[in-house]
Structures are given as structure tokens and as C-alpha cells.
Design a binder for this molecule. Structure first.
Ligand code: ADP
Length: 305
């Protein structure tokens, strides 16, 4: 049986320019290729989980403009339930301006717009879906009180909550105690704990701070190195696969969508982290956020290769 995943989060349209190198302040660089792609951490993660075969409900807010309607149309094509993607009459859809250099490194500016107006009331309307999900997956591109409201509903109903604390923001213990699994990258973990993170050992020491604050499991994504898993007695590095990265913009989103999918299927935690590493790595070999999210079939070919 397909298990249910609810994603509460942002939807943006990404305007991506691929350059030899990133521009410096005040500098104009010519010669990049432009692509427009559907993005936003919430939407990316919803699409990642859906493309792998997950049954996904997305709770989000878009504007009345063409970006919003295109986004919703794309969610439908990926089989995502969009009943709770509301159209905001007063605020435009979210937009992200992204530069990607020849090494796949990026630099991003986001106009959140409608995403900033996704409210606790919007989440309350999706109470039934959240309460009946196997996994609730969220990020931090929407208001924190909205994240808190959804986490509370999930917690009250025994639904596991995965929080990808991106982009980096400080979080209250009140929210953290409702979080089953938190998935920071190095920068986010540093901001959350005040500890420098460079490798598995420093990731473990910082991750322990979050366990002490009430989170049950911490998974630190470490780019090409893979991910560090800390949960109960388990403290282990789960390596990724060696790839030639083209665009790592949404590798973290691919990772989180895959994690929600794998855990909703009942995959054991460490295996789920490996599965998510592979999805993150494969997505980094393709350009664009949602266009780079693989199907289960593509992922299996990549894992076997
Ligand atoms: P974020 O984009 O949030 O900073 P990461 O860069 O840590 O996230 O990437 C998320 C996951 O994607 C990593 O844990 C890893 O599994 C995979 N990944 C990302 N970049 C690479 C890479 N260059 N080689 C292999 N795997 C990668």
C-alpha cells in the first residue's frame, strides 16, 4: 500500500543562470544560459517524494499570477494532491533568483511573497490529511508559527515529523520537541547549535545538542561526503556516491523528499538515509530543482550502476 506524506512548505519559481563563476557584488557577467524551473523547498521535496512513488498532499500558497498556476499544474502532473495549495489574492507567487557556477556551487536570493502568508489557519484546514499521514515533512521557507501548528497536529496524532531546518533559522525547544527527525546541513546545524561543523566528528558533537533539546533523530547532510546519522545508540556516517556534480541546488530537497518517502514505506532508518543519499547525489547530476528529481526507476538504475 502506498503510504501518505504531507508536505507543508514553500513553492517558488526558480530563475536559474548557469555561469562560469558567480558574479561579485557590483559586477555584471555575460554569457550564462538561462532556465526557468519550478522550485521552492516545500514544492521540491513534495515533487521528490511523489516522483519516487509517494502519495503526497502539499499544503502551500501561491499567487494569482502565471507562476502560481504553472506550479499547481506541475504538481498535478506529478500526481500531488493540491486541494490545500491555496491561491492568495493579495500576494504574488514566490520567486528565487539563482546563479550556478561551473562547479555546481550556487548563490540564491528568494522573494517569498505568498509563502510568507501560508498561515496556521491554512494548516488547520488540512488537519485531516496531516492526522492521517505516515510522515509530515516541513522546511523553514514559511512562517514559523505555521510550522509549529502543523507539527502540533502531527504530534497529537502520532505522525512522525521530519523538519528540514532550511534556510537556517534559530528554533525554539517548543517546536523541536514535536520533531521526530531533523535534517540540517553543516551551516544549518552550526546556526542551531553554535558549534562548528566540518566532518563526522564535529557533526556528531553538534547533533548531540539537538538530541538534548528533544529531537529524537538528527541526520546531518554533508554534501559529497553523504550524511551523518545520530539516533538512540546509532551514530554513523552514511557515505554518498561519487558523482560529477552539475547543480547541487536541490540536492538537500531530493534527500528530504526521499527520506519522507522511504520512512513512509517503513524502510529502516539507516537504509532510508542511504536511499536519500543516492537520491540527493542523482539530483545533483542534473540542472534545476524539480526537473532534477528522479523517478524510482531512474534511481534504481543509478544505484545499480
Ligand atoms: P544542501 O543542499 O541542503 O546543503 P547537501 O549539499 O548536504 O544539502 O546535499 C544533500 C545530500 O545530497 C547529501 O547528503 C548527499 O547525500 C547528496 N549530495 C549532495 N552533493 C553531492 C555530491 N557532490 N556528491 C554526492 N552526493 C551528494
Amino acid at each position: 500500500m502506498t503510504q501518505k506524506i504531507v508536505v507543508v512548505g514553500s513553492s517558488n519559481t526558480d530563475m536559474v543562470i548557469k555561469m562560469e563563476r558567480l558574479p561579485k557584488p557590483g559586477e555584471t557577467l555575460l554569457g550564462g544560459d538561462f532556465i526557468k524551473a519550478a522550485g521552492g523547498k516545500g514544492a521540491n521535496q513534495a515533487v521528490a517524494a511523489a516522483r519516487l512513488g509517494g502519495q503526497v498532499t502539499f499544503v502551500a500558497r501561491v499567487g494569482t499570477d502565471i507562476f502560481g498556476s504553472e506550479a499547481v499544474e506541475n504538481f498535478r502532473k506529478d500526481g500531488i494532491d493540491v486541494e490545500h495549495v491555496s491561491v492568495d489574492p493579495d500576494n504574488p507567487s514566490g520567486v528565487a533568483l539563482i546563479f550556478v557556477d561551473a562547479n555546481g556551487e550556487n548563490c540564491i536570493a528568494v522573494a517569498s511573497s505568498a509563502n510568507n502568508h501560508l498561515s496556521p489557519a491554512d494548516v488547520q484546514l488540512a488537519t485531516h490529511q496531516i492526522a492521517n499521514a505516515n510522515v509530515l515533512l516541513m522546511q523553514l521557507e514559511i512562517p514559523l508559527d505555521t510550522v509549529q501548528a502543523a507539527a502540533e497536529i502531527a504530534h497529537k496524532n502520532g505522525v512522525q515529523v521530519i523538519l528540514n531546518p532550511a534556510p537556517a533559522r534559530e528554533l525554539d525547544d517548543e517546536l523541536l520537541r514535536y520533531v521526530s527527525i531533523i535534517t540540517p546541513n553543516e551551516t544549518e546545524l552550526e546556526l542551531l547549535t553554535g558549534k562548528k561543523v566540518t566532518d563526522a566528528a564535529s557533526a556528531e558533537s553538534a547533533a548531540r545538542v539537538l538530541l538534548d533539546r528533544g529531537v529524537k533523530t538528527v541526520i546531518v547532510t554533508l554534501g559529497a561526503q553523504g550524511a551523518f546519522l545520530l539516533s538512540g545508540d546509532v551514530a554513523t556516517m552514511v557515505p554518498s556516491k561519487t558523482i560529477s556534480a552539475l547543480d547541487t541546488t536541490a540536492a538537500g530537497d531530493a534527500f528530504n523528499g526521499a527520506l519522507a518517502f522511504a520512512l513512509a514505506q517503513g524502510m529502516p532508518l539507516q537504509e532510508a538515509v542511504h536511499f536519500s543519499n543516492m537520491t540527493g547525489a542523482l539530483s545533483a547530476t542534473n540542472l534545476g530543482a524539480q526537473p532534477s528529481m528522479p523517478t524510482l526507476e531512474q534511481l534504481q538504475l543509478f544505484m545499480d550502476a
